[in-house]
Design a protein around this ligand. Structure first.
Ligand SMILES: [Zn+2]
Ligand SMILES: [Zn+2]
Length: 301
């Protein structure tokens, strides 16, 4: 039998089907809203199809589709944490190599991290603005494949599972006394094209697990050039121009900013600056995958 949670997730947002009432400019408003509503419906339909498949075929790994009911015996780690990944996928995705808690890059000794200083120079800041960075793993192999699959509407379950794995790998996240989880925003046009935003899915899942509010207080105001088309030096300025903080409800709060991939860290740094400008007390960052070669390449976001 499907769980009540899954039934709950089948609920339809009435607002997605409500068009503007005819009035003075009613026809024009309807015309403008129609494509967005159609795209919203399409994305919704794909998500519900994926949800239905997990209801009718429960106990499948969200990464490979393998039956994991055998894995979910009492005492098994998957059962304890209720993460719908088979043992093979968990093993291939999990990356426990030591990383610097500030820049998130691999760390090879206990001495101070030389890459932090490089990152500060690259970002053009005096210091790394976020307090701490939590990384699930390196942006390569199975994790890279999974993150790329998560950029499609059908991959939302996979992003949720990876978010759970991130929390499991970094139990310290639960001790941060967070007030909110904020996703790196995506411009509406890009989201329209993709039908989903991994960072949103991730933020909602982490917020739900930590029982803290999910907030969207940062907006992407312009559709700037994609970061992946720019060199590492050009990225900080491009990212800064894109985002702005709205509202003041996060003033004095402790916030976790999440994104699926960090390449140079320019986007996370720009978001963190926006949050600090609206008087957020402390900002932490969490990403599913970190490009370890960020210092030497243009990345591949
Ligand atoms: Zn699997
Ligand atoms: Zn570092």
């Amino acid at each position: 039998m499907p769980s009540s949670g899954k039934i709950g997730r089948l609920s339809v947002s009435v607002n997605s089907f409500v068009y503007a009432k005819p009035g003075t400019n009613g026809m024009l408003r309807n015309f403008r809203r129609l494509p967005f509503s159609w795209v919203a419906c399409k994305g919704w339909a794909i998500r519900q199809a994926v949800e239905l498949s997990t209801i009718f075929f429960p106990g499948s790994c969200v990464a490979c589709g393998q039956d994991i009911r055998g894995d979910q015996l009492p005492g098994n780690r998957s059962a304890e944490n209720n993460i719908p990944l088979c043992e093979t996928c968990r093993f291939e995705i999990t990356d426990v190599s030591p990383r610097c808690g500030q820049c998130g890059l691999p760390r090879h000794s206990d001495s101070s991290c030389p890459l932090c200083q490089k990152l500060i120079q690259q970002l053009g800041e005096r210091t790394i603005l976020w307090q701490q960075m939590f990384v699930l793993g390196s942006y390569q192999d199975r994790l890279r494949e999974s993150v790329l699959a998560g950029k499609k509407p059908s991959g939302e379950g996979l992003v949720e599972a990876l978010s759970d794995l991130l929390i499991e790998q970094h139990p310290a996240i639960r001790e941060l006394k967070l007030d909110a989880v904020v996703p790196v925003p995506m411009h509406w046009r890009k989201r329209w094209e993709r039908g989903t935003n991994s960072a949103n899915t991730m933020a909602k899942q982490i917020a739900s697990r930590l029982r803290v509010p999910y907030r969207c207080d940062i907006k992407q105001k312009i559709l700037a050039r994609p970061q992946k088309s720019l060199s590492a030096k050009m990225r900080p300025a491009n990212a800064s121009a894109k985002f702005s903080g709205v509202g003041s409800q996060l003033k004095g709060k402790r916030v976790l900013v999440v994104d699926d991939v960090a390449t140079t860290g320019a986007t996370l740094s720009a978001i963190t600056r926006c949050l600090l400008e609206i008087n957020v007390t402390v900002v932490y960052a969490a990403v599913l995958a970190r490009t370890d070669e960020a210092m030497d390449s243009e990345g591949n976001r």
